[in-house]
Design a protein around this ligand. Sequence first.
Ligand code: ADP
Ligand code: NI
Length: 222
Amino acid sequence: MNHSIAIKQTIAFIETFFAGESTGHDLLHSLRVFGTASYLAEKEKSDQLFEIQMAALLHDTDDHKLGGDGHSFPHAEKWLNQLQVTDESKNLILTIISEVSYKGAQTETPVSSLASAIVQDADRLDALGAIGIARAFAYGGKHNRPLYIPGEKAEMHKSFEDYKKSQSSTLAHFPEKLFLLKDRMNTPTAKSLAERKHQYLKDYYDSFLNEANAYENYLPVE
Ligand code: ADP
Ligand code: NI
């Protein structure tokens, strides 16, 4: 099986699979994760570029938010069988996918290989920076979350169950998840990429609160 052809066909598969999705899981998210993961693979000198690229493209096809159970990855598996990738590659790709997902502030998400570390980092980097902000508000809008709730306290979810049930505003998602990602990067290259994107989020968050609270100065005092 030719790797370039497999990648091209997988991109076409993902495009069809995510057609009509507007929750931030879509072809372009998959392509950005693919690009960042490829860059990290080069910088971190991984020799598993094909498996990393395939896992990056397929990482969200069985996501828990789209009905996946978090333990089995039937869409990805069926596709890899259809492509006839070797069992060795298929097993690594599925293991990487199983280790990507974020599960809340106080739940660890360990990785078993450099390849997993790279794809997890690439996915998390896409939740930061300018695109990360857009994705958060798109997700919040889709789930009828308010932009922000004055005086709201961030909730540090203790379990994956708590995290999945959360009904916080989109702005609360910043301290609840996005600000924590920088310190949860695995590879040195991703840690350094995360710094700038993290600072951008922080600046945005501070400006947001300034604008949101400005009217308070004009409220009547008794
Ligand atoms: P990832 O694809 O990085 O694993 P998720 O699947 O958890 O991330 O979420 C997909 C996108 O939706 C990310 O940009 C994430 O920050 C955003 N998102 C997830 N949960 C929320 C939420 N409760 N409020 C706002 N944005 C969210
Ligand atoms: Ni993702």
